[in-house]
Design a protein around this ligand. Structure first.
Ligand code: BGP
Length: 490
């Protein structure tokens, strides 16, 4: 382990998302989102496809469900009412930056409303003012998996071009009302995810697309999100030239399972499916390989004459990403052990340990990912999600001894330092995912805990909602205080 050093102004912090923490799903003028309609499932954690499968029938059931039904995102960790306490705890750890998202349906009860919901605006203004009290910069995601329900019930999610103008109005309101508090923005969370879970990232429910191949609808929806993102970037820069607005991707990292050329080709192809939409947001145009893919699938991509110019004028300032684990790729996986990951399944890597949810921890993979992305995009990078979800236990002494989380953090801090100091990567900051326990996106469990702060609530909403500092709370405080230099675990 070499000495770790970080730039003077390196931004250490933590990350959450509105749909996974706020709760208060139907008060103060907040409209419904698709996340409020995702029921808790005792489903095996191994196969994410089971977690993200969804039907119109389930939507209709959710729209009339009563409080006795278990829709975990409706309650989150009640951050809506605990935000002052939570931010104070973030400040105690020494956060310089806090990544959060704004819920579109809190700003516009119905996306077609002509005027915004002032109570929703007031909530986020209060959050920004609270962060300001502690000199914590907000890093705000405009869309983090929670499209408004009307976008799905009245339109067909992001497949419908109307979504662009509706999002445009929402983004404009956010810049107008919050631009004085927010310097760092992201447009869409994990912009590559729509092909893996179209319901939450695009509001696309497969049984509503009987008139075309569903995959074609997803490519069309992605096009609309690219246009919306580019328009938001341009608008933001025109209103606030000093603001920094980035894209956000799922940085998956696959290793060829063998040195067979077929496995290497499969790995290269898999990685391109992750990069292609980030390529658009960074370079301002469709990469040839994506156009070729669409052509070879005989999909028709409906574009407007102005779209090319919009993409060109809406390129991002930095590239942010989530990173948790790595997996392997084989051209033929017959008979191979598979391992789950962040909305993916891959071939199990025999050289890596796995979390209780099967995700394979790989700090060197983070360094590889940082080099890959910096070489590809030549833009400043920002790690906006990295963390370890485990079944934390409150011990007899009332504490949570999560040494495993401290070790995960230590090893990933080492990897970041090596990428900066040996590989020349420009890394702006690091926000640990789930800096406080929140509802898991893929499994909708509270029991998959990421936080440095334990929240006393279970998968069914039972508990006091009290916050308890875990051992890792003090460890991250030590790391931040030393600007990443003191990472030994005492
Ligand atoms: C990312 C999402 C986050 C978060 C994270 C951890 O894909 O952007 O919202 O959920 O994954 O995954 P999970 O919560 O499923 O454990």
């Amino acid at each position: 382990m070499s000495k770790t050093t970080f730039p003077e102004n390196f931004m250490w912090g933590g990350a959450t998302a509105a749909n996974q923490c706020e709760g208060a799903w139907n008060i103060d003028g907040k409209g419904m989102t698709i996340e409020d309609c995702l029921p808790y499932r005792e489903v095996g954690v191994a196969d994410f496809t089971k977690q993200f499968a969804y039907s119109t029938e389930e939507l209709e059931k959710a729209l009339i469900a009563g409080p006795e039904e278990n829709y975990p995102k409706r309650r989150g960790i009640d951050h809506y009412h605990h935000y002052k306490e939570d931010i104070r705890l973030f400040a105690e750890m020494g956060f310089k930056i806090y990544r959060m998202s704004i819920c579109w349906s809190r700003i516009y009860t119905n996306p077609e409303d002509p005027t915004p919901n002032e109570k929703g605006i007031e909530f986020y203004e209060n959050v920004f003012k609270e962060l300001k009290k502690y000199d914590i910069e907000p890093l705000v995601t405009l869309s983090h998996y929670d499209p408004p329900i009307e976008l799905i019930t009245k339109y067909r999610g992001w497949y419908s071009r109307e979504a662009i103008d509706l999002f445009d109005k929402y983004a404009k309101t956010c810049f107008e009302r919050f631009g004085k508090y927010v310097k760092y923005w992201l447009t869409f969370n994990e912009v590559d995810a729509m092909l893996r879970h179209p319901v939450t990232s695009g509001g696309l429910i497969e049984d509503r697309f009987t008139d075309m191949p569903f995959e074609q609808a997803i490519y069309q929806a992605m096009h609309h999100q690219m246009i919306a993102s580019a328009k938001a970037v341009k608008m933001c820069k025109e209103m606030y030239p000093e603001a920094q607005i980035g894209c956000m991707m799922t940085k998956l990292c696959f290793y060829p399972f063998t040195c067979k050329p077929e496995d290497n080709l499969a790995t290269q192809q898999r990685m391109r499916s992750i990069y292609r939409y980030v390529d658009i947001q960074v370079f301002g145009e469709y990469p040839k390989y994506l156009l070729k893919e669409i052509e070879n699938k005989n999909f028709v991509l409906h574009q407007e004459p102005e779209d090319e110019k919009i993409l060109k004028e809406g390129t991002v300032d930095f590239v942010s990403f989530s990173y948790y684990m790595t997996s392997c790729m084989a051209a033929d996986t017959t008979g191979l052990d598979m391992a789950p990951g962040n909305t993916v399944n891959g071939v199990k890597n025999p050289y890596l340990a796995s979390s209780e949810w099967g995700w394979q921890t790989d700090p060197i993979g983070l360094r590889i990912s940082l080099v890959d992305l910096y070489d590809r995009y030549r833009k400043p990078l920002f790690i906006v999600e990295n963390g370890l979800g485990e079944k934390d236990v409150v011990s007899e002494d009332g504490k949570i001894h999560d040494d495993y989380r401290k070790e995960y953090l230590r090893d990933h801090v080492q990897a970041m330092s090596d990428a900066i100091n040996e590989d020349g990567v420009e890394l702006l900051g690091y926000t640990w995912w789930g800096c406080i326990d929140i509802i898991s996106e893929s499994t909708r469990q509270m029991s998959k805990r990421y936080g440095f702060i334990y929240v006393d609530v279970d998968d069914y909403g039972n508990g006091t909602y009290n916050r308890i500092k875990k051992d890792s709370f003090y460890y991250y405080k030590q790391v931040i205080e030393s600007n990443g230099e003191k990472i030994e675990i005492r």
